[in-house]
Design a binder for this molecule. Structure first.
Ligand code: HEM
Length: 465
């Protein structure tokens, strides 16, 4: 009997070393390893790392398939377990009905009208930084990456808790650094069971998590005890007040803690890195910096802070941010675990062997099939007519589908404000001899930090003329 059954085509698979597969190549230099695969393969390729069969997707269509069209067949992969250590069961990690309900509850806090309430705080934090930088000796290079971390932390703190807790949270920055640094190391710890061993690293990490948690619980408790003072104009107030439409239920303290910690963590390192990369790129591209400044001067003038209305007019500023996140997407890779075998055109991934499916914005954003001159920093990549002609999932700095970043508008608004305020006041220059490399961990950050010379604008302009 003749049937029209076509057996699936085998997905190309790397021949790794016995037992360890390609673990070391992948862990040693993931960007180089994955870029090499992108050059060699068109659509899908599989390799073994950490004892798991991993499928790398290389096209926007397959990213859309996993994140959107067939998203029900995927859960967050084991790589996210590292985050569970300190984020608990917040939005980034949770699954199924629990995630759906939490997302529904948290969503209103991120609506544009709500975000408008946060503009003033973002402006004030940025203005304080501008004032502080005016006193910096321009001859001394500045560790801009650290400055951006502190600024983004101050902004997310203020957006979550208003101003009343700044002092209480001020001394958390050390604990947060410990948490982030440990999480980076744990990402490439191929023996996750050691996480429960009482090593100095784990003990330090646990102390930092406990300290952060205690402060957050204290803030939640003090708000619960004084319900008359519940604020609705910050994210914490909104998360505590929001009610499930069907059941009228609110989040309990543990859920609020997990969501607050998630927003706190997801909401500052990503944005801080994107901003650092923007200053790095602007320092190398004076023609873009000058065009950007013209727009900022025209729309905001010499002293006005941005408002919701003027932010809409800062279109080139937005393109600069989009282009920065194209070349250096803070969330440079994410992964999913398939629940059942799945079909990708004529290919098929088989469960349980296939354990993780990777979607890599870093690769998709530099793929010459979708981008002209992909290695060039050119904000015109985001001119509306060029965006229209590109598959949507060729650009996914905030992910896609139902699990897309809930804070994308928050982040874009924050980056516009910070960029506009700082570029209006300062000029950025590379430090001669410094080599800046991306370090791919939980986010993509400048390896060893980013140092730049930061010159008050008039001075640097007159020095050039
Ligand atoms: C440039 C800045 C940012 C980037 C590039 C970014 C990127 C992402 C990406 C790619 C995801 C999806 C991850 C996945 O599918 O596995 C995500 C999820 C998330 N992001 Fe962001 N993010 C940024 C800023 C923020 C901010 C400012 C907040 C909060 C204020 C935030 C909160 C979250 C949360 C809560 C999730 C989980 C959403 C869910 O699964 O329902 N992010 N982010």
């Amino acid at each position: 009997m003749i049937t029209d059954y076509n057996p699936p085509k085998p997905i190309p698979r790397l021949r790794g070393a016995p037992l360890i597969g390609n673990t070391f190549e992948f862990a040693r230099n993931p960007l180089e390893f994955l870029t090499r695969l992108q050059r060699q393969y068109d659509r899908l390729v599989q390799f073994k790392a950490v004892g798991r069969l991993i499928t790398l997707t290389l096209t926007p269509e397959d990213a859309r398939h996993v994140l959107q069209e067939n998203n029900k067949n995927y859960r967050k992969s084991e790589a996210y377990d590292v985050l569970k250590l300190f984020l608990g069961n917040g939005l980034l990690n949770s699954e199924g009905d629990f995630w759906r309900r939490q997302r529904r509850l948290a969503q209103p806090a991120f609506h544009k009208q709500r975000l408008a309430l946060l503009v003033e705080g973002m402006n004030q934090e940025s203005a304080e930084l501008v004032a502080r930088w005016q006193h910096h000796n321009p001859a001394e290079p500045m560790l801009v990456s650290e400055e951006m971390m502190q600024l983004a932390l101050a902004i997310v703190t203020r957006s979550l808790f208003s101003t009343d807790v700044k002092n209480r949270l001020g001394n958390l920055s050390e604990s947060i650094t410990v948490i982030i640094e440990t999480a980076y190391k744990e990402l490439f710890n191929f023996f996750p069971f050691t996480r429960n061993w009482p090593t100095p690293r784990t003990l330090r990490f646990r102390r930092a998590v406990a300290k952060t948690e205690a402060v957050i619980y204290e803030i939640i408790d003090s708000r619960r005890q004084t319900p008359g003072q519940v604020r609705h104009d910050d994210l914490l107030g909104m998360l505590m007040e929001t009610q499930d439409e069907d059941t009228g239920e609110r989040m309990n303290n543990q859920q609020v803690r997990d969501e607050v910690t998630t927003i706190f963590m997801a909401g500052h390192e990503t944005t801080a890195n994107a901003l650092s990369w923007a200053f790095y790129l602007l320092a190398q591209h004076p023609e873009v910096a000058s065009k950007l400044r013209q727009e900022i001067d025209r729309v905001l003038g010499p002293t006005n802070p941005p408002s919701m209305e003027t932010l809409r007019e800062l279109t080139y500023t937005t393109q600069v941010i989009q282009e920065t996140m194209r070349l250096y997407p803070p969330a440079w890779i994410f992964s999913r675990q398939p629940l059942q075998s799945d079909q990708f055109g004529e290919y098929r991934i088989e469960v349980p062997e296939a354990r993780a499916v990777l979607i890599c914005p870093y690769l998709l954003h530099r793929d010459p099939r979708y981008w002209e001159n992909p290695e060039r920093f050119d904000p015109d990549h985001f001119l509306p007519e060029r965006v229209k002609n590109r598959p949507t999932y060729a650009y996914l700095p905030f992910g896609g589908g139902p699990r897309m970043c809930i804070g994308s508008n928050f982040a874009l608004m924050e980056m516009q404000i910070v960029l506009a305020m700082l570029v209006r006041a300062f000029d950025f220059q590379l430090v001669a001899g410094d080599k800046v490399q991306p370090e791919p961990g939980i986010t993509l950050r400048p390896k060893g930090g980013l140092r730049l010379r930061v010159l008050p604008r008039q001075k640097s302009e007159s020095a050039r003329s």
